[in-house]
Design a protein around this ligand. Structure first.
Ligand code: GLU
Length: 427
């Protein structure tokens, strides 16, 4: 008999516990529980890099394919000191549920390198990225495993990896990864895609609860790629954005902030990594702490920064009635329990922030076709898919009297489990 797997890595352990809870709730066959609690494939690679001072440092890299039941595995590559094989396994499992729930034909994957990217020169980062790319290349492919950016990686890293693998293979293959720059086989709309998905979820709640967007006050924690577009698109829909933040602090105005001005700050402060809103209090708002932002007077809170900000200490102070999770895992299980008891509705991360990977799917489809779509087509398809996915999770939660996270898990796991069951256990 298989015993259930656990891990001392927080992310993998949380992913496993959430999966087991949902599997128990839906009485999932134990054979499927055993299969889906393990990754199909995990490779560990060493990444030797010649440093600027002539020394050689060997970094550790990983690529995990949790599931390819629904299609090629899909997921980002992150650079951070806490990256490990176990963490990638946990994140790859989340990608499986995200793609399944997102209604796109992918399984889940994730990769990364254990490093501090802020301490590397551009050339060191390029050498590290290319070596990593060459070492994971045996399992990367448009029909096998399709990487994308994640924390501390972006278009430049994708171009380095793609260029390396294409040269190794001797032919051009843009669909082997996504998140490429728009001028180089990327897709128009991809930059805003995750924020557009988060904003769509907030607007869908307003529709279902008969709330007038122009009367809504919204606080957005984190003004990076996800938070900034979430704020902008909700403002364009008529809402008042009362608070935004980055690592320089949080900025609050109960009458609404000038989000276009905030974009000017981030565009003119590109070198101030994570602190681009520095000085924004000069634009007619008050500088407050992140804790003040999380507990400010608002209707919607969109945590779009880091994991774990809504926890056993901060959750009880949240005044928002609705939380839309733009970041991955911003709410801890203890925090969620407090919110549940208080009747706060939480749209879970792998539903709310799926716009990124759905956008990746559109990019891949365009690359396979060799034909770009218009930005309008991209945005329309994205919003329609997000609305459908949201509706499915909302309706199931209402019908079964469960919270949105449980509903999202059950819907996501069911699609994967049904396909694994249909395909059968080979060998
Ligand atoms: N890194 C993003 C995520 O975690 C995007 C992944 C992708 O596009 O493959 O959802």
């Amino acid at each position: 008999m298989n015993s259930r797997r656990s891990s001392d890595n927080l992310i993998l352990d949380t992913a496993l516990r959430d999966f087991y809870d949902a599997a128990d709730y839906m009485h999932l066959d134990e054979r499927l529980v055993a299969i889906l609690s393990n990754s199909e494939r995990r490779i560990d690679v060493s990444v030797p890099v010649e440093m600027e001072d002539g020394s050689a440092v060997v970094f550790k890299g990983y690529r995990v394919q949790h599931s390819t039941a629904l299609g090629p595995s899909k997921g980002g590559i992150r650079y951070a000191m806490d990256v490990s094989g176990d963490e990638c396994e946990g994140l790859a499992m989340l990608m499986t549920w995200k793609c399944s729930l997102g209604g796109i034909p992918y399984g889940g994957g994730k990769g990364g390198i254990t490093c501090d990217p802020t301490k590397l020169s551009l050339k060191e980062k390029e050498r590290m990225t290319r070596t990593y790319g060459s070492r994971i290349s045996p399992i990367v492919g448009r029909w096998s495993d399709i990487p994308a950016p994640d924390m501390y990686t972006g278009g430049q890293e994708m171009v380095w990896i793609m260029d390396t693998i294409c040269k190794m293979r001797g032919h051009f293959e843009p669909a082997i990864l996504t998140g490429k720059p728009t001028d180089y086989w990327g897709a128009m709309g991809r930059t805003e895609a995750t924020g557009r998905g988060v904003a769509t979820c907030a607007l869908e709640i307003m529709k279902r609860k008969n709330l007038d967007p122009s009367k809504m006050k919204i606080a957005v924690d984190g003004f990076g790629n996800v938070g900034s577009y979430t704020a902008l698109l909700l403002k364009e829909a008529g809402a008042k954005i009362v608070a935004i933040s980055d690592t320089s602090g949080a900025y609050y105005n109960p009458n609404g902030l000038n989000i276009e001005k905030a974009f000017e700050y981030i565009n003119t402060n590109p070198k101030q990594k994570g602190r681009k809103l520095q000085g924004f209090e000069k634009e007619g708002c008050e500088k407050v702490s992140e804790a003040d932002l999380l507990s400010c007077d608002c209707d919607f809170l969109a945590p779009c920064a880091v994991q774990g900000v809504i926890n056993k200490d901060s959750a009880a102070k949240v005044k928002a009635k609705y939380i839309v999770e733009g970041a991955n895992s911003p709410t801890t299980p203890e925090g969620e329990k407090i919110l549940d008891d208080a009747g706060v509705i939480v749209v879970p991360d792998f539903l709310a922030n799926a716009g990124g990977v759905i956008g990746s799917y559109f990019e891949w489809a365009q690359n396979l076709q060799g034909f770009p779509w218009t930005e309008e087509e991209y945005n329309t398809r994205l919003v329609n898919l997000m609305k459908n996915n949201f509706g499915r999770v909302w309706d199931f939660a209402e019908a079964k009297k469960v919270n949105m996270r449980r509903s999202a898990y059950v819907n996501a796991i069911k699609r994967v489990a049904d396909v694994v069951d249909m395909r059968g256990i080979y060998l």
